[in-house]
Design a protein. Structure first.
Length: 164
């Protein structure tokens, strides 16, 4: 699907579900992987992830378009357009839009835990991806002092030890 087809699709959905025209630009953005779409408050444009369309089809993508159009129309009406606002939640329910999009298959790419902050008083552990100065922080449970350790990497699946 091309950007022109997406533009017409968004305009049709806007008129059908919101009774208001979509007067800005809708495009695909292939860099969107952890989100289904974006609404820009400055330009009022919408970007949609083509990966969602490929993975889950037209119905899921249309739900994402409705979600972004909720942001769009509420923002232009000067109503609560953010996820936490009651106006936004009500409009989502009214048009049948999804609150969150489904995760893409194989998209669970997380950075490995390299460090561990451990509370010296209660033993609470805080995994960290980056090295931090433990003197700047305190335990969230008991306010105790923290100590930084390098995390031991977990063995790879099927790596039960050295075989000869």
């Amino acid at each position: 699907m091309e950007d022109q087809e997406l533009q017409r699709w968004v305009e049709r959905v806007s008129l059908a579900y919101f009774d208001r025209p979509f007067l800005h630009k809708a495009t695909f953005n292939s860099r969107l992987r952890s989100t289904g779409g974006r609404y820009f408050t400055q330009s009022h444009n919408i970007e949609i992830s083509p990966h969602q369309l490929e993975a889950y089809g037209i119905e899921e993508t249309e739900a994402i378009i409705k979600h972004e159009l909720c942001h769009y129309h509420l923002h232009l009406q000067r109503k609560g357009y953010q996820h936490r606002d009651a106006d936004f939640k009500q409009l989502l329910a009214k048009v049948g839009a999804t609150r969150h999009c489904r995760a893409l298959p194989g998209a669970t790419r997380r950075l490995p835990v390299k460090y561990l902050l451990v509370c010296q008083a209660c033993g609470m552990q805080y995994p960290r991806k980056r090295r931090t100065d433990p003197r700047k922080y305190a335990c969230g449970k008991c306010r105790g002092k923290l100590k930084l350790y390098e995390a031991v990497p977990a063995p790879a699946p099927g790596d039960a030890g050295a075989r000869r």
